[in-house]
Structure formats: C-alpha cells, structure tokens
Design a protein around this ligand. Sequence first.
Ligand SMILES: [Zn+2]
Ligand SMILES: [Zn+2]
Length: 189
Amino acid sequence: MASDSTGTPEPDSPEELLAWARTYARTVDIDVDLDAVGWDVSKHARRRAGACRYDHDDGVTIVLSWHSYRAHGWAEVADTVRHELVHAWEFQQFGESGHGPRFERQADAVDAPRHCEPFADPRYVLRCRTDGCSWRARRYRASKTVTEPARYRCGDCGARYVVEHAGSGRTWDDGAGYERVRAELGDDW
Ligand SMILES: [Zn+2]
Ligand SMILES: [Zn+2]
C-alpha cells in the first residue's frame, strides 16, 4: 500500500483507505474487541468524516468517508478512527454511546476529537475575513447570522465574516448581498 516518506498512509482507493484504517485501529490504546467491529467506507457522504453505526444484531460498524479523506487527508481519518473507536468502546462496554462525560474521558485518553462532524451538510458556511483567522461556523437554515451578516462578527477575532451558500459557492457579507444572491440563484437556492 502506498505511503509517503514519513510513513503517512496515502491510500488511493476506498479499499486501501479501509485497509489502512483497520491497521491503524490496532495501534490505538483502547479496550475494544476489534474482531467484533465492522468497517465500511461511504463514497457519498461528502462532509461527514465518519460515523459509528450500531444495532443489537450486527454490533458496531465504523463508516469512513472517502470524500472526507480526499478533502482533508489522512490525519482527519486517523482522528475519525479514534473518535469512532471510543463509540465502539462505549457500545461494547455499556450497550449505548453518546458524547457525554464518559465518552469525553475516554476520548481524551486516546487524544480523539470529542465531537463528530454534523450529520447533514450545512446549507451555509460562515468564514472569517481576517487572514490567518480560521474561524468557521456551519448553518443549516437562513438564520439572522446568514441573512444579516453585517450585524454580527467572527466568534474568534471579532472581525467581519462572509457567508457562503454551500450549494453554489456564492458569498455575501450583508443583507443586500443575501437578497441579491438569493434572487439571482432563483430555483438553485
Ligand atoms: Zn461521535
Ligand atoms: Zn476571525
């Protein structure tokens, strides 16, 4: 399987991504019965990095996103694997899983992100205009922060931000811009 000179995996197919993820999972220091964990790769989920499916008959299946790997690289896949392994651990130990204090303690123990990517693709993405400020926020409906962005500020540095309509890539930073883009897109909104 392909990897770069530092040993970072560079899978070039969904099947290789799965193989690397399963290999990586064995290196994570967590008490999970990996033989009881199923693996799958989604070629459709565009933004969600991963998911942990569970039912009483089939047990736990960790689902990775090929698009997320292509967009964000191996490091995000590794983060996702550790996060979903914590869910698998909770399911195996307690028969249920969430993002409560028990999850957070175990996530911290394996240096996993505490939060899953949200399930749905956001309709709007808010982005700070300051160079070097990485503040982003996702919105699923046209709230005031989407329709009147001039009245609000970046959550990190306090500067202005732009709103992007995720489906078209069109952006605006005030109420008039929102109205204009909305009118121009018409049925594509
Ligand atoms: Zn989660
Ligand atoms: Zn900012």
